[in-house]
Design a protein around this ligand. Structure first.
Ligand SMILES: [Zn+2]
Length: 398
């Protein structure tokens, strides 16, 4: 099935081989006739592209099958990305853990490894060598060709050259991460750096809870902090480079001091730490928050009150964001999804009461569908050069 998510992405119009490979990557197996119809290309152009892609071991052309009964035309072979084809190293860097996986063009992620990080581990001087080792270990543990890596992390990131302008929760300032990791990958393969919230939102837009939406606002929280993204017609809003810092929308004027310098930011009042604080739990906020969400669902009164206090700040933040961006769909990820599920009616009713744009509609609020949205989004970024032009971006050696 071809989904509407497979059409967006802002990268149509490239060479035919890239367009065919992108379609198969995003849609899964298709008949050659379906590829031709979907891309609006001449059958000969699709045939040539598939020959090129098969010669590069990027796709596998199977047996011809007939179309649905009652349709005319010759049987058409089913084509899919080669399951033994290239991989990309996908990395999620959070303040408390490093997750590394290997992704294929079939969007399967394997060999996932997690490493817990303490605060002492996250200084650039300590963490960059660990990252470099993790990248090369991941690339070397497979016999498949590797095309590159992408590190998804929170912060203000200049994606053109992988400069981390600032990452508040890691305490990083002006770290040229991609440059410092050049040479970490075998064969000098490229290492990209991207914003975790944008990459997760892109993955949800293409393959998860955002499919079929024309515009989507995503809020994501990995225990500490809140990130946002807005995607319209497949393209993330970047503003002058760093949108969408939804976590720093002020929801409580004069509230808690945020590492960004302001007071009362959404992420200080609506992440897992905030929920733990609302219930008077200060140690292990991640564990406390999970217990409180479960307690609220089970009807525990104190837990419900803490959830409502925290969800109230989410409503305030969503009101500003929805009024500004008018998304067709809101997708909540990570802790934001858990908070929403624990107070769904409260958040929905609160937003309808406070946001004129939400009332005007249509507005859909949903939680994310994908288990590894950040890693999938990182893989999308790492595969982007190959999908743009499969003939030039593929390394000749493993
Ligand atoms: Zn802030």
């Amino acid at each position: 099935m071809v989904t509407s998510g497979a059409r967006g992405g802002g990268d149509d119009g490239g060479p035919a081989a890239g367009r065919v490979l992108t379609l198969l990557h995003r849609s899964g197996p298709l008949t050659r006739a379906a590829i031709t119809a979907e891309l609006g290309l001449a059958a000969s152009a699709v045939g040539n592209a598939l020959s090129d892609l098969a010669a590069l071991d990027l796709v596998r052309v199977g047996e011809p099958v007939r179309g649905p009964s009652g349709t005319r035309g010759r049987p058409s072979p089913v084509v899919e990305v080669d399951p033994g084809g290239p991989v990309a190293v996908a990395v999620q860097l959070s303040p408390d853990r490093l997750t590394v996986g290997l992704a294929g063009l079939d969007r399967r992620i394997g060999h996932v490894r997690e490493l817990a990080l303490s605060e002492a581990d996250t200084a650039p001087g300590a963490l960059i060598p660990v990252l470099a080792g993790a990248l090369s270990d991941a690339a070397l543990q497979t016999d498949r060709r590797c095309v590159g890596a992408c590190i998804a992390m929170p912060g203000f990131i200049r994606e053109t050259d992988g400069l981390v302008r600032s990452s508040l929760h890691l305490g990083w300032d002006e770290v040229p991460l991609a440059r410092r990791l050049a040479g970490a990958m075998p064969g000098g393969l490229p290492v990209a750096v991207g914003r975790a919230s944008t990459l997760a939102a892109l993955a949800e837009f293409r393959y998860g809870a955002g499919r079929g939406a024309t515009s989507m606002l995503a809020l994501n929280s990995e225990r500490v902090g809140v990130g946002g993204a807005f995607i319209e017609a497949g393209v993330p809003l970047t503003g002058a480079g760093y949108a969408l810092e939804a976590g720093h929308i002020i929801v409580e004027p004069g509230g808690l001091r945020c590492p960004c310098g302001a007071r009362g930011c959404l992420e200080m009042h609506a992440d897992a730490r905030a929920l733990a604080r609302a219930a008077g739990r200060r140690s292990d906020p991640g564990g406390a928050a999970a217990g409180l969400l479960a307690g609220a669902a089970a009807g525990d009164r104190a837990a419900r009150e803490a959830v409502r206090a925290t969800a109230g700040h989410l409503v305030t933040g969503l009101t500003s964001l929805v009024n500004t961006l008018a998304p067709e769909r809101v997708v909540l990820l990570g802790f934001m999804a858990g908070l929403y599920r624990a107070a769904e009616d409260f958040v929905r009713d609160g937003l309808m009461a406070s946001s004129v744009v939400a009332r005007t509609g249509p507005l859909d609020i949903v939680t994310g569908d994908l288990r590894d949205a950040v890693l999938l989004g990182a893989a999308e970024r790492a595969f982007a050069p190959l999908l743009r032009d499969p003939r030039t971006a593929l390394p000749t050696e493993k």
